[in-house]
Ligand binder design. Structure first.
Ligand code: TRP
Length: 451
């Protein structure tokens, strides 16, 4: 479809902030700490760091090349570069996958809203550790919070690329960094926090197994929003003169930095309270309110303040990500189906609300409904994190590395030869995209299948 009248991000920095906003989310604050906890601490982090730059960055650049060269959403990009071929199914897949992610992601976003309300209002009550277990099984409250979270997402997206998405990210990103640093300082000052710091810094290489390595790479994909067209779509709003290498490296660097600070905010507190770091997905929801309450006995107002800030951070971080998922579907409906932005957003809202509602209820009334032995929520999470994202990433790098002409890729990567630094690095990046990334992704795929 024609790019006429299409919106653009106002500057290179705005594009980086939007992409970093997409990347920084529940993946950094909720998923990263418990993955580290379950997979051996520092050893996991080292593989994560390596894969961020040598595996995830090439995938991110591939998506950027596809988006920026076509100025179209995922479906339109495939139509433009490979018209009339089976690649259109990749376009389709990457319109659907982010919406599946958005459905269950907004359930967790909803939990964060409920916790924020609790932290700022009545507090967490007496029975803090069982709070999470009793909250998520109730039918109504989580559903209402899920609706609220999705509504906020839809409102921002419907306001447009510049006045909605760009503006929200520009304000939120600096706020997020300030908040997480404040929480980290508080956490590091807790008595007994040193143990947690050691856990994050001292690698035990005997902990590294193929499935730990696959988990680290999977985490890196999730955290950078790869393989489902969010980066592609955001890159399509970048102007021709912007440098996709610097925006990619900037995005990866912000995301890494945020994950590490979040790790140093959460693990020391977990250890200080004597809690098992491998507690799993409930880690921040089950343990943090407890930690805040226990540690804060001496200065209740301080611990209350920090717990409000903490859940506020999670809600904002989740929103900057959820809008990027929503935008993929909206871009498709607006560009390929000629809908108005408002109508497109409403439609996406309805669809994801419905699937999300099923995910939410799958902790309570629908917990008996199982497909392949998993609840609806678990299935959505499992399918997207383990298969759709890796599969989408594989197809993106194969498309750029094998279907596109090398010269066309070089042209886009170097802005027609104008960016000399990029031109020097091109050979290496091309090698990573064409050979290294596909092979490693295939290996992860197989490891996930047999593990
Ligand atoms: N990266 C985000 C996070 O860390 C989540 C996210 C946004 C995402 N867009 C995505 C995950 C697309 C997978 C695919 O929370």
């Amino acid at each position: 479809m024609a790019a006429k009248g299409r919106e653009h991000f106002g500057s290179g920095l705005a594009a980086v902030m939007a992409m970093a906003g997409s990347a920084i989310g529940l993946g950094n604050i909720w998923r990263f700490p418990y993955m580290v906890g379950q997979n051996g601490g520092a050893a996991f982090i080292i593989i994560y760091l390596l894969s961020a730059f040598f595996l995830s960055l090439p995938i991110l650049l591939s998506e950027s090349i596809l988006g920026r060269s076509t100025h179209a959403g995922t479906f339109g990009a495939m139509e433009k570069l490979a018209p009339g071929t089976k690649w259109k199914w990749l376009g389709f897949l990457t319109v659907i996958s982010p919406l599946v992610i958005l459905s269950y992601y907004s359930v967790v976003g909803g939990w964060s809203i409920e916790y924020l309300i609790k932290a700022s209002g009545s507090g967490f009550g007496e029975d803090i550790t069982s709070l999470f277990g009793t909250f998520i099984v109730r039918p109504w409250a989580p559903l209402v919070c899920h609706t609220l979270f999705l509504l906020l997402t839809a409102v921002i997206v419907s306001a447009g690329v510049k006045s909605g998405i760009e503006r929200f990210n520009r304000i939120s990103l600096p706020v997020l960094f300030v908040l997480i640093v404040v929480i980290m300082v508080y956490s590091l000052k807790l008595p007994g926090s040193g143990e947690g710091v050691r856990y994050l810094l001292k690698p035990d290489f005997s902990k590294i197994t193929p499935s730990v390595a696959a988990a680290a790479m999977g985490q890196s994909f999730f955290s950078l929003s790869l393989g489902v067209g969010t980066i592609l779509t955001y890159s399509s709003y970048m102007k021709k003169e912007e440098n996709i290498l610097t925006s990619g490296v900037g995005t990866a660097a912000f995301d890494l930095l945020f994950a590490l600070i979040a790790g140093f905010a959460i693990m020391p507190a977990v250890f200080a309270a004597g809690i098992e770091p491998g507690a799993g997905p409930g880690l921040i929801f089950e343990t943090l309110p407890y930690i805040f309450a226990k540690m804060g006995a001496a200065a209740p107002w301080l611990s209350r303040g920090v717990s409000i800030l903490f859940f506020l951070t999670i809600v904002i971080a989740a929103l900057t990500s959820s809008i990027s998922m929503c935008e993929v579907g909206v871009a498709y409906l607006v560009e390929e189906r000629r809908m108005t932005r408002g109508k497109a957003t409403a439609l996406i809202f309805l669809g994801t609300w419905l699937l999300g509602a099923l995910c939410s209820l799958s902790f309570g009334p629908l917990s008996g409904v199982k497909l392949f032995g998993k609840t609806i929520f678990d299935l959505c999470d499992y399918l997207t994190s383990n298969y759709l994202m890796t599969f989408g990433s594989l197809l993106f790098v194969l498309f750029v590395g094998w279907k596109m002409k090398k010269e066309a890729v070089r042209e886009e990567f170097t802005n027609g030869g104008l960016l000399k630094g990029n031109a020097r690095l091109f050979g290496f990046v091309w090698f990573l995209i064409r050979y290294v990334a596909p092979l490693v992704i295939l290996t992860i795929f197989v490891t996930n299948l047999i593990a």
